[in-house]
Design a binder for this molecule. Sequence first.
Ligand code: ZN
Length: 417
Amino acid sequence: MQLKTILNRVEKQKSFVYANFRLTEEAGKPVIEVTIQPRANGKAICSGCQQPRPGYDRLPLRRFEFVPLWGIAVFFLYAMRRVNCPSCGVTVEAVPWGDGKCQLTHSYRWFLARWARRLSWQEVAEAFRTTWDHVFRSVKHAVRWGILHRQLDAVKALGIDEVQWQRGHKYLTLVYQIEDGLKRLLWIAPERTEESLRGFFEILTDRVRQGVRFVASDMWQPYLTVTRERLDQAVHVLDRFHIMKKMNEAIDQIRREEAARLKHDGYQPVLKHSRWCLLKRPENLTDKQTVKLDELLKYNLQTVRGYLLREDFQRFWEYHSTGWAARFLDEWCGRAMRSRLRPMKKIAASLRAHRTLILNWFRAKGTISAGTVEGLNNKVKLTTRKAYGFRTFEAVEIALYHTLGALPEPEFTHEFC
Ligand SMILES: [Zn+2]
């Protein structure tokens, strides 16, 4: 069997033939070079208008990198023809295996992009002896193609989320589709301003926008404003994940201030190593953390009072009737306001201010599952953390669309990986 047979099986070219094969060496590594020739009757296609046009001349031999075979790099060698096109002038021909600007063939780009979903970009570059930049460009190409070809015609439920992604206070705004059977990232924008979110609604048609029935977000005012403005027909839910996250931030603040105060006044450092046993739910604690928590609960600390308020609030999510949930919410806010814990009072004030949206949780129950936004949020963090190379917004944007966008791919005659 010849290499030619395999190549014709995995990637047959309609108007071209694999003419010559050569095993050679480059920098001490084996390399396969495959020379491609146009078929005798094949007319060159103008890359401007995609029409067959008369030939003009030929350019020097070019190399296109193909999917490696047995760890051996494979290159296609081809001298591009130029055509004399009546509508585009003298242009380079279009070839099916690659495009004018890229040194990699389409197959190799999709091959690298697929691996980049399973490994970090650096690992892909190392595994296939290519560069980080080639992997990045391949993923970028896959994402562009996917965004251009994705269907956005029926979106029922949206989740809006903000994620911190660099040191300091740099945020990203993310919009997800959060339906059973279809959870995917639809939109990423820098910052968390009204503009960041408005951009998303510009990619939706009016019909799709008006078909959205539920939106989940946190209490961030710019999101609330834009959601009211663009999705006034949808039920807007302030979701559980974001509210509990705010409470944890409050407890953490109380703990830090109190620990500093105790230390300053010369008391025992009882709050040392207590952070996680306060932030985790009791059922998720390790044995050691459970012991620590039991010890803490004996003290009349502000931190403990904050912790108990949060634990009590968990009951809110268990209600079935909106009426009883509302009574509980009002009663809890009253207690938090009297707690003399500034961060907790702040939360109670904002829960009161957004009472209707919070109670919408019960109207949307069963439609939006509680863990969806949280699960996607964790995946986002994992992707941005794994990608230490992502210093630019563009790189983080491409990486997130690639891993979470559930983007479509073209149909291939052969699956290389
Ligand atoms: Zn043309």
